[in-house]
Design a protein around this ligand. Structure first.
Ligand code: SF4
Length: 267
């Protein structure tokens, strides 16, 4: 489907009809400039081309109708921001930290995720190609994907509501929010709705969501629940007061069914 609709003109690692030099020299326009990886602030001239990396991006961005930042590194700097934030642009920072290479470039669309789900990418390109309306959130991510939370569709929601912890990674029972750092209630993406390879997700196999689509990814201590006075942060969009009152009530009940193994080999 993808190759029937789109023609890839250049990619550094796959066999494509044009070299980067061809693309830089031509006056022809392209529909999409797709960027992967964090962007460098370096002004160093790349000897093969006689341009700096920044020049190359400027030239290519003018040719493109849309600039797609594929993955969290291209969108927000990703793991490289931890190493040396000063040298990394990211493609577009907004919200908490403004700046970035193309902060004001309305062509930019961020498809964050580490990795980005291939369906988010293909669906976004198809929508743009067919002229469908694409609404973006404050981080210029498609709302169709990023208005959901990873928490939506997680099979552990009942355990979350009754504050029943998962005892260990890989277990079918319990919620990973209280002790294992699950960021599902704060992370925008529809992973648990569309699933990976249409069959699974981190939380379905007993691993916590570590918030890879968010602007501030990666946090340090990915699998640790940050607590204040022994209470985890409230889920996204819920007041602390409401959350802690409800959590206190729920924790007071012991729901026997939820404390048991789903499949008990001994019974
Ligand atoms: S494991 Fe994570 S995503 Fe699933 S219910 Fe618990 S907090 Fe939500």
């Amino acid at each position: 489907m993808f190759s029937k609709v789109f023609k890839i003109l250049h990619h550094p690692q796959i066999n494509t009809p044009y070299s980067l030099e061809d693309i830089l020299k031509t006056d022809a326009k392209v529909d999409f400039l797709v960027i992967e990886g964090a962007l460098s602030r370096s002004e160093k001239i790349l000897s093969r081309f006689g341009y700096s990396f920044k020049d190359i991006l400027d030239i290519l961005s003018k040719k493109a109708k849309y600039i797609i930042c594929a993955g969290s590194c291209a969108s927000f700097g990703g793991i490289f921001r931890l190493q040396n934030e000063a040298k990394i642009f990211g493609a577009l920072f907004s919200g908490k930290e403004k700046g970035g290479f193309w902060f004001n470039n309305s062509k930019v669309i961020n498809i964050s995720g580490c990795p980005m789900h291939p369906r988010w990418f293909v669906e976004t390109l198809l929508k743009l190609h067919y002229g469908d309306k694409l609404s973006l959130d404050e981080y210029r991510r498609p709302k169709e994907v990023y208005s959901y939370l990873v928490h939506h569709g997680c099979l552990r929601n009942e355990y979350f509501e009754w504050k029943v912890d998962c005892k260990d990674y890989g277990e079918k029972e319990g919620c990973l929010f209280y002790e294992h750092g699950c960021q599902g209630p704060m992370t925008h993406a529809n992973c648990n709705k569309i699933l990976w390879n249409s069959v699974s997700s981190k939380t379905r196999v007993g691993s916590a969501c570590f918030g890879c689509t968010e602007f501030d990814f990666p946090r340090l201590a990915l699998y640790e629940t940050k607590k204040h006075m022994s209470l985890p942060s409230a889920p996204y969009g819920i007041s602390k007061r409401a959350y802690y009152s409800l959590a206190g009530v729920a924790k007071g009940f012991k729901i026997e069914r939820l404390e048991k193994r789903l499949i008990d080999e001994n019974n």
